[in-house]
Design a protein around this ligand. Structure first.
Ligand code: SAH
Length: 361
């Protein structure tokens, strides 16, 4: 047992069972603060770590949206949870096509992990662009914004409720002898109404909803666009999507607290509703495959292959396949893309304005 796991058990022994949300929050804070979890030697691999094409195409998306916004002279380029900084570095490299854009941007990274901040600093120093770090989105100064978040919302803690004959009871993490174990709160949560099917699990991503609303309010007030990419679905849906990943393998989410990545699948419908309730426009959702294909990933792969040796060309094909194919191992269908914008920005590349969720007038 690690020192963190001991502290966690002491806390539960003292205070009683904690919510799944608090468990996720405490574990993830420790997890991200104490390691670089990315890549083959880490716990999981993300799209920007698979291929430079991912960040480059997002850079072109940002360029086009900046044009659509009327080329504001100052724009804040914000990334939530930038990992190793790879996406931002690739994005900025692609944006060199447009010096006016680079002259307009300042980069703002929302990152809580000191370890990952160091990595981001090292990779972005070469870009020559000023970069500031913030703990939270609210700390990023106002102004027109272009924001990207890849695999960020999946890492925000969620509440879970189980359908019982008493109603929706919150799932808790407590102690069974000395081991962590799931339990249920005795009192049901009334605001979700009566469950239909016993055993169903309802996930309530309160932190994500708050963030989507904050983000939407900011875009509506200051203009701009946000591109959210993650594994997830268009709800409503019932089910337990809490998962733990360590060294690229799944494990029991309670087995190694603070030592494994903990995530849930993102319900993009809830994020869209939260943003629309603050009058932002919603675009998408689309699968990552459709989005990247619409942005021209195939042409980008071909042009990279022209300058590649046979081994590099094969690696480019493999990366293209991984980013766009369906199935278990691939990201093309599991990952979805949603954009939020201020109401005046009706066209963004690769995503259709959502027909159901329009701003209220
Ligand atoms: N976007 C990157 C990394 C994804 S991992 C990529 O695609 O490779 C999740 C990232 O979010 C990490 O950088 C982690 O440190 C950061 N993070 C997790 N929870 C956070 C929080 N509550 N606030 C700010 N950053 C957080």
């Amino acid at each position: 047992m690690t020192a963190f796991a001991d502290r966690l058990r002491d806390l539960i022994a003292l205070e009683g069972p904690i919510t799944v949300e608090r468990y996720m929050g405490l574990c993830l804070q420790h997890y991200y603060a104490t390691r670089d979890p990315l890549g083959a030697a880490g716990d999981f691999t993300t799209a920007p770590e698979i291929s430079q094409m991912f960040g480059e195409l997002i850079g072109l998306w940002m360029l086009e949206v900046w044009h659509g916004m009327g080329r504001p002279a100052r724009v804040r380029l914000i990334e939530l949870g930038p990992g190793r900084g790879t996406l931002m570095a690739d994005l900025l490299r692609a944006a060199r096509l447009m010096p006016d854009f680079l002259a307009a941007v300042s980069v703002h990274l929302v990152e809580t992990s000191p370890t990952l901040r160091e990595r981001q600093k090292a990779i972005l120093e070469k870009s020559g662009i000023s970069v500031e770090w913030h703990d939270r989105l609210e700390d990023v100064p106002p102004g027109p914004a272009l924001l990207v978040a890849n695999e960020f919302f999946d890492a925000l803690p969620v509440r879970q409720f189980m359908a019982t004959d008493r109603g929706w009871c919150e799932r808790l993490v407590g102690l069974d002898q000395d081991r962590l174990a799931f339990g249920l709160s005795p009192e049901p949560e009334k605001s979700f109404g009566n469950p239909v099917r016993l055993g169903d699990i309802l996930e309530w991503p309160s932190a994500s909803i708050t963030l989507a609303k904050d983000l939407a309010r900011r875009l509506v007030r200051d203009t701009g666009a946000a591109l959210l990419i993650d594994y997830g679905y268009w709800g409503p849906a019932f089910g337990d999507t809490l998962q733990a990943l360590k060294r690229h393998a799944y494990l029991d989410p309670l087995a190694e607290p603070g030592e494994a990545d903990l995530t849930t699948h993102v319900d993009f419908h809830r994020l869209a509703q939260a943003a629309a309730s603050e009058n932002a426009l919603v675009h998408g959702m689309a699968t990552q495959r459709d989005f990247l294909q619409a942005l021209g990933i195939e042409a980008r792969a071909s042009s990279l292959k022209h300058r590649a040796n046979p081994a590099q060309a094969e690696a480019i094909d493999r990366a293209l396949e991984r980013l766009t194919a369906g199935g278990d191992k691939a990201m093309g269908e599991l990952f979805k893309v949603l954009a939020l914008t201020h109401p005046g920005l009706e066209d963004v590349p690769g995503l259709a304005a959502h027909p159901l969720i329009q701003t209220r007038t």
